[in-house]
Design a protein around this ligand. Structure first.
Ligand SMILES: Cc1cc2nc3c(=O)[nH]c(=O)nc-3n(C[C@H](O)[C@H](O)[C@H](O)COP(=O)(O)OP(=O)(O)OC[C@H]3O[C@@H](n4cnc5c(N)ncnc54)[C@H](O)[C@@H]3O)c2cc1C
Length: 450
């Protein structure tokens, strides 16, 4: 592994003892730099490795469907690891505290964990480190170019981070080694895990998106397709067409770490899709996705209007008193009952599948700004709906997407309009010029009772 992926985050005297990998973002056995690094360090020390995961009692805005997606995926990962002789320790409780207690029980000599800049994860980590007696290392297994290496400040827009990432890609876009099986026994006690009961607790996983590493690999294979039959071949032309989108549908798997973005990038590069399609996709998968990580890493209030650039805050304040075409209530938004049939159809797609097409997410969020009394309310509504209903919600991409839509983050000023000011607006008529809006509305409109 490239050494720049890892960072010592807890400097304690070196200790003899087993190695723990605390998995909380990259929930996979395959192509996982944090796990590979922990395995390497354990072998180097002649110590056994165990993977520990703690299921939190509560996670902000997470719904049953998210827990079902998470636990079913985790079940597969736990089996893959056990098959390699790597114990999978499942804990429940407050993660920072529970993992620290298990590390003490196992007399761990070293802890390795995933990097994650979101607030709940930072809080878990702070709690863990306040109790942990052994050294801890954080590994960036999410980004192709590790976020801290790509840039040490909040980037202004894609144009400013793109050259930094592109310059470092040859160094980091390397093939993955295989995770070696383990023969050393794990002596520390392990709490028993009742997987059937756990899986039953959250109900079946969502039908539209089967969870887990195998399902993620199948989604990627279908996207790549054989020859030039996959959606990737159409990506440059059709990715923004919500009716027959060319997009990958990989975001729930990427969010839960069932598949590595680096693996996807390697497969895309070795596919025979046309070069413009590969480039357009890698722009989203690497540049935009890593810009979102950069935003949350370097912007403490990433989910607040304080994160908006000064020009956007000023223009939104100037237009705050503008007359809105309609003032939506939370209930109208929740039940897809606004006067805009396209917005309602997009919301129904989200409610029915746990996913909304990427172009529509921008339109959907911007209409919420138009129908809210102020930008603060609009941002809170977008995040509440996105994070509670999207399978891929509660993700840095969502915080960046919401801040882009409502507050011009990573964007520039546009010609001035009511309510939006110089924040880019999107309109129904603009959507109608792009795709067959009526066909999309018909597809996602509930059949009326006679
Ligand atoms: C208001 C709003 C909310 C959003 N909420 C989320 C969210 O909660 N979770 C989430 O993963 N993405 C979110 N996005 C970003 C983007 O819309 C989704 O990543 C994309 O639609 C997922 O579908 P896909 O996997 O088929 O995308 P593809 O087009 O196939 O792209 C492949 C991958 O690239 C990344 N990507 C694509 N577009 C973006 C982008 N604009 N910014 C950052 N990364 C991107 C994602 O990881 C995506 O899975 C949001 C965007 C907006 C405007």
């Amino acid at each position: 592994m490239h050494p720049a992926r890892a960072r010592l985050i807890h400097n304690r005297p070196q200790q003899c003892g087993p190695v723990l990998y605390w998995m909380h973002r990259e929930l996979r056995a395959r192509d996982n730099w944090g796990l590979l690094h922990a395995r390497h360090l354990a072998a180097e020390r002649g110590q056994p490795l165990a993977v520990v995961f703690c299921l939190a009692r509560h996670y902000p805005l997470a719904a049953l469907a998210h827990f079902a997606f998470l636990t079913h995926g985790l079940d597969e990962t736990a089996r893959s690891l056990e098959a390699l002789g790597i114990p999978f320790v499942l804990l429940r409780g407050e993660p920072g505290q529970a993992v620290a207690e298990y590390a003490a029980l196992a007399k761990a000599g070293l802890l390795v964990t995933d990097a994650d800049p979101t607030r709940p994860k930072r809080a878990w980590l702070a709690e863990l480190l306040s109790r942990l007696q052994c050294p801890a290392i954080e590994v960036d297994g999410r980004n192709v170019v590790p976020a801290r290496r790509a840039s040490d400040k909040a980037e202004y827009m894609a144009r400013t981070i793109r050259p930094k990432i592109q310059r470092l890609l040859p160094e980091f876009l390397a093939p993955f080694p295989t995770l070696a099986a383990q023969t050393l026994p794990w002596h520390a006690p392990r709490p028993s895990a009742d997987w059937p009961a756990l899986l039953a607790e959250f109900g079946p996983p969502p039908e539209a998106f089967p969870p887990g590493e195998t399902a993620a690999a199948s989604t990627l294979a279908a996207f790549l397709g054989a020859g030039q039959q996959g959606r990737l071949a159409r990506y440059a032309d059709d990715r923004n067409t919500p009716l027959d989108p060319a997009s990958s549908l990989l975001s729930p798997h990427l969010h839960f770490g069932h598949i590595s973005a680096q693996r996807i990038a390697l497969e895309v590069l070795s596919s025979n899709a046309p070069a413009p399609a590969r480039e357009a996709f890698l722009e989203q998968l690497i540049v935009r996705r890593e810009l979102a990580e950069n935003f949350c890493l370097h912007t403490p209030n990433y989910d607040s209007v304080d994160a908006f650039p000064a020009w956007a805050r000023a223009t939104l304040a100037k237009h705050q008193a503008d007359r809105r075409p309609f003032l939506a209530t939370e209930a109208q938004l929740d039940s897809s009952a606004t006067p805009d049939p396209l917005w309602n159809a997009a919301q129904r797609q989200l409610l029915a599948t746990g996913h909304m097409h990427g172009w529509l997410r921008m339109y959907w969020a911007k209409q919420i700004l138009l129908w809210s009394p102020d930008a603060e309310t609009a941002l809170a509504r977008v995040l509440r709906l996105n994070d509670s209903l999207s399978l891929d919600g509660r993700d840095v991409n969502g915080y960046a997407g919401a801040a882009w839509s409502i507050g011009g983050v990573h964007d520039r000023p546009w010609p001035e309009r009511p309510v939006f000011g110089t924040v880019r607006s999107m309109t129904f008529s603009g959507a109608a010029r792009k795709f067959d809006v009526q066909a999309f509305i018909d597809r996602w409109t509930r059949p009326r009772l006679p």
